[in-house]
Design a protein around this ligand. Sequence first.
Ligand SMILES: Cc1cc2nc3c(=O)[nH]c(=O)nc-3n(C[C@H](O)[C@H](O)[C@H](O)COP(=O)(O)OP(=O)(O)OC[C@H]3O[C@@H](n4cnc5c(N)ncnc54)[C@H](O)[C@@H]3O)c2cc1C
Length: 502
Amino acid sequence: MTGSVLVLSRRVCAAVPSPALISLALTHVSRSIIRHLANGRARAPGILTPCRTVASTPKAGARSEESSQSGQQEQEPRRTGAAVRVAASILAAWLALNAGLEVGGLDEWLAGLRTGKPLNEVRFVPYIVTSREQVSPTAFILTVKPKFALDRPDTSPSGRLLSVLFPRLQFPHTSHNNRAILEKAWDHGLWSVEIKQPQIQVARDYTPLPAPSREAEQHDLHFGHLRFLIRRMDGGEVSTYLSRLQVGDTVELRGPHLGFDVRARLGSSDKVVFLAGGTGIAPALQTARAVLDTETNPHNNNRKPSVSILWANRHRADCPGIPSPQGTQPVDISSSSNAITSLLEQMKARYGDSLHYTSTVDDENARVTPPDILRAAGSSSPPAGTRTLWSIPFFSSSPSLPTTVPDRTSSNTTTCKYHSVSTLISSPGRDEPTPQNHCACAGAFPGKNLLMVSGPEGFISAFSGPKRWGEGLELQGPVGGMAASLREADPAFWEKWLVLKL
Ligand SMILES: Cc1cc2nc3c(=O)[nH]c(=O)nc-3n(C[C@H](O)[C@H](O)[C@H](O)COP(=O)(O)OP(=O)(O)OC[C@H]3O[C@@H](n4cnc5c(N)ncnc54)[C@H](O)[C@@H]3O)c2cc1C
């Protein structure tokens, strides 16, 4: 019954969805209520009214008896009238409310005032899936927006007034609170958010993709939009749940969780080589944005840093059209791009020669090899001895290879929290945002080139050694795998590099 009244009232209001109607109805309701209350107050016992004063005189008392008899008769229609007015008021309020729901997003306002907190690191907040795009048979892009933020800027006088009057209250009608939080996260560079699987209450981290252009970035910031590249893992709890979400579904997010401060670690050095396995491309793109965006990177000055991404995939469908590290074009050009390769192309158009990327595909028996890494790092000629590394199989952590490399950095970097290799070993991979000029290094190497590795656990282990657990945290651990072998072969060259595992 209530449902059908709701539907009916919504339909009625949808037919005449005018703000004037709402204000008219609200005015009517408030007037009726005030009138009704005034009547009630006049009749209430114990309240000093002119009638009571009149009733205290004997003459008037006689009249009073008379009038009380006729009054009882009069009261019946008056009561009926009051009941009708109350019912009409309730109906009008109900209609006004539903009109508000229809035209003003009032439901979002009301619900948002209760739960419309901006993205934060403590509590999960609801987001809505606004689009879902399949990228390859196993990977897809989910775009989400805060559930309690309207899909348009609230520039109305009332919206502005509320923000001015109650600046500390989280009004869901603007995404300004989210904006400041997201700007800080993008400014930091590397960051992720947790997404929760509600049935089993388990959350996993996912990395927001940067926007392709400055305009798109502003748009996303304004509306709090976030985009994720997600791979559905067979048997994976959260990725399978996410793969089933449809447009309009609610999903809960917590964060942002800041990762390495890439720019502080790069300092005045200028090379980043990023080994990305599968969805590891998302942090690679965040890194490219953080390092190459000249407007937002205060460290760039007169330098021209470069980011070179070596992207390893299992299937060509994940990276159509991307050439191999040797420059060869893919044989299968049946589909020339997907959403991620388009994003790469757009970022290339934005950053020019500073951004370089290649891909290898397991299905085509192609692997990222040590020469690929050396070329990307700008090592002109591999020193003798590294030839034995050429045959390192992909995804293996051969026990014959050294798994740790001693810290041979110059003494002035051993105490710097950003550039000391020994400090990095026990780092959980998060840097607190700090003001500029926070590097404690002095002398020749204020900053280091970065060899960054992101992808599935086996990928990270093969290229840079496994992470390790300590004090309940996942720590970097010593450098191992292929990176350790490269270092061993040419310590002088790699002394100017840090290896970061993501
Ligand atoms: C900082 C960070 C950022 C990340 N960003 C992204 C991103 O942008 N995109 C993305 O797709 N991923 C990202 N990840 C990975 C992501 O967090 C999840 O780890 C991933 O989606 C798998 O989670 P899941 O719950 O689906 O799988 P899980 O349930 O954790 O399972 C993982 C794998 O283990 C297997 N498995 C599970 N249980 C068992 C068992 N009992 N026995 C044998 N095998 C088992 C599953 O089959 C599956 O293959 C990120 C991770 C981190 C730490």
